[in-house]
Ligand binder design. Sequence first.
Ligand SMILES: Cc1ncc(COP(=O)(O)O)c(C=O)c1O
Length: 373
Amino acid sequence: MPAELRLGVPGPEPDLSFHGDGELADGLTDLAVNVRPGTPPPWLLDRIRAAAGDLAAYPDPRAATEAAARRHARPPSEVLVTAGAAEAFTLIARAFRARHAVIVHPQFTEPEAALRAAGQPVHRVTLGGDFTLGPGAVPPDADLVVLGNPTNPTSVLHPAAAIRALARPGRLLVVDEAFADCVPGEPESLTRARDVPGLIVVRSLTKTWGLAGLRAGYLLASPPHVRALARPRPPWAVSAPALAAVAACCTPAATAEAAAWATSMDAERTWLGQSLSRVPGVAVTPHACASFLLLKVTPGSRVPVPGNSSPESYNVPIDHGGPTVRERLRAAGFAVRRGDTFPGLGPDWIRVAVRDRGTNDRFVAALTAVLEA
Ligand SMILES: Cc1ncc(COP(=O)(O)O)c(C=O)c1O
């Protein structure tokens, strides 16, 4: 078995239905939900409100489908607009029956939950080390493979070539790109890869545009796959305001706005990562590319295992008594995302969103104080 794999991680079964908003409470600074601050922008709200003026009509997905197709240089027959990325995972689980479905963890838990809800057995491949995808990570007979890029919660961006190498005839390869527009220029995105057999790329408007409550996203796949995915869904599954949002967010102007934000967020994430790496007891997962960082936090000082620089390998004392670091951060006013509901992680892991410099600075100070206490 390749060194980076751990199959069947011991410990209690994680709650796959837990999400970052479960951490929020009045008075806490939200570092648990990875939605771009200050969104949705006013111009986008105007478009959504305008669409709400025509609610007497059934929704028509054509303009949104064409806009998404134009954005990714594909024909409209290769686009299916969905009620968020979550609907895409449900459609995949309902439309296809896998003999050997593999979820590459740690990752967003809804793809696994959707497959299980559809009665499909799921095999977990759990990346360890620095959470990068090595050759041989996925069993050769897997006929459905799901991974995130960049991945939630690790923030790791896999090279497009490594993902392409997973494709083979008879296999569906699902890439969750819900956070792809966090990466300036989206160099590893596979949205335009029409030559990869069985590829389904899933995109979301939730994170960059602040539209979790609207339910808007889309998927890109070959025309037969798009048709198969559309078959089990009810008619008019995506509302007219959500379709208007998809059309609006796929224009060159919206893409440029997202790219400008991604560039500034990228610089701030680098600063936050460097600052947190200097805090004793914190190991920052390397190669972060999304709008959040995954941290291994342990009271006491870090002791890297000789010859292995990955955060997972740090040989640190585990404090099993008293409140966890996450709970102590809550007492200090910060909601962070617990790591233990992600298969492959445990209670020593937390995920934090990248915010503005003032908030990030306050968080570094709070975490330092919590770990020193
Ligand atoms: C990696 C990832 N994919 C997809 C989603 C869900 O996106 P949507 O709101 O479009 O269903 C989330 C939400 O947290 C996510 O983290």
